[in-house]
Structure formats: C-alpha cells, structure tokens
Design a protein around this ligand. Structure first.
Ligand SMILES: NC(=O)c1ccc[n+]([C@@H]2O[C@H](COP(=O)([O-])OP(=O)(O)OC[C@H]3O[C@@H](n4cnc5c(N)ncnc54)[C@H](OP(=O)(O)O)[C@@H]3O)[C@@H](O)[C@H]2O)c1
Length: 174
C-alpha cells in the first residue's frame, strides 16, 4: 500500500516558488496560514538537498519528530543520516512510500525536479498551493518537466486578509 503524498507549497501568482537566487523572503511569515494543522498530519517530509540547505538555518532537521528525507546524489552525505534526517536517493524514498502499512502521510516539500518526478511517476495524491499576492516575473517554477497532462479535482479554497489564497486539489490517478 502507498502512503498518501501531499505537495503543500507556497508560490507567487505567476507560479514561482523561489527567486532565481533561491531567495524566498517574499513568503508571508506573519502567520502559519494553516501549516501548523497540516504539520500534525504527516509523518515524513521529502525535500531536495537545496531546499534542505536553506531550511536548516531555521531548524535542523527541518521538521522535528518526523522523518526528513533529503534527496541527494552525494553519497558521501549518506553516513551523516540519523533517525530523523535521512540523506538518500529517489529509490530509497519510493521504497519507504511503498513499504509496510499506509501510516501517516508524506509532505512533499519540493523543489522543482522532485515535484515533477512524483507527478510523472503517479505518486502525488494532493496539492495545496498557497498563492501569494505578487508577481515575481522570474524564478524557480512550481511545475517544470512534467511529461503528461494531469487532471485535478478541486477540493476547496481558503482566503486570508493578507491576500494569500490557498487552493486544494486531489490528483486524479491515471
Ligand atoms: N515556496 C515554497 O513553499 C518552497 C518550497 C520548497 C522549496 N522552496 C525553494 O525552492 C527552491 C528549490 O530549488 P531547486 O528545485 O533548485 O532545488 P531542490 O529540489 O531543493 O534541490 C535540488 C537538489 O536535490 C537533489 N535531488 C533532487 N532530485 C534528486 C534525485 N532524484 N536523486 C538524487 N538527488 C536529487 C540534488 O542534490 P545534489 O546536488 O546534492 O545531488 C539536487 O541538486 C529552493 O530555493 C527552496 O528554498 C520553496
């Protein structure tokens, strides 16, 4: 059985998750916008090494009490793994997703290649996007490298006085 995988991510109205230089200082930090609730629902987070390198300045591992999978091709990082921080390859994450019982959900953090790989491999179950009220014009895109059309089922939205709008979709499996 597969564990449920949810992409929960913030982006600009024009679809960028970070500036080209990886800067995300435009993200609203004045409140959690429901992330605190979401955090209780997942047992593991999966992120690219660059996202981890950025996140670790705030918390290392980024999500305490959870399994933090950090995808990297640098095998020399693997031995530094602990119970909560696991440096690994894509296949190791897939094994965790498919092994054992359904367990708690998995938070797909990003970035761009990981998101495309999960979609291309039919692994993603839900998408929550927190659109911020700005246009960046350029940057790291939310979706890039996806090799097929994907149908979504709209499951609701939430808007906030700051202008942030959160959209939730289920991914229709093909
Ligand atoms: N707006 C948001 O909510 C949000 C959310 C997440 C991230 N972000 C930001 O978005 C940016 C994402 O940057 P990004 O997409 O360029 O980088 P990324 O996905 O965070 O990291 C890319 C790195 O992950 C590793 N990787 C990815 N797929 C792999 C695979 N299949 N096998 C082995 N290793 C793999 C590689 O690490 P090695 O180079 O070590 O091999 C690769 O260089 C970051 O700045 C981050 O802070 C924003």
């Amino acid at each position: 059985m597969n564990k449920k995988i949810i992409l929960y991510i913030a982006c600009s109205l024009d679809g960028f998750i970070a500036r080209k230089n990886h800067d995300i200082s435009w993200l609203f930090m004045d409140q959690t916008y429901g992330f605190e609730e979401f955090e209780k629902s997942f047992g593991a987070a999966v992120m690219g090494r660059k996202t981890y390198d950025f996140s670790r300045q705030f918390s290392d591992p980024p999500f305490k009490g959870k399994k933090n999978f950090v995808l990297t091709s640098q095998r020399e990082l693997y031995p530094a793994s602990t119970d909560e921080l696991i440096f690994c390859g894509y296949d190791d994450v897939i094994r965790y997703i498919k092994d054992g019982d359904d367990g708690e959900g998995i938070f797909l953090v990003g970035g761009v290649k990981l998101i495309a790989d999960f979609i291309n491999d039919n692994l993603l179950d839900e998408i929550v996007v927190a659109f911020h009220p700005l246009i960046l014009g350029d940057g790291i895109p939310l979706f890039h490298g996806i090799n097929k059309e994907v149908m979504l089922e709209y499951r609701g939205s939430e808007d906030f006085s700051t202008g942030l709008v959160k959209l939730k979709y289920l991914v229709k499996k093909q």
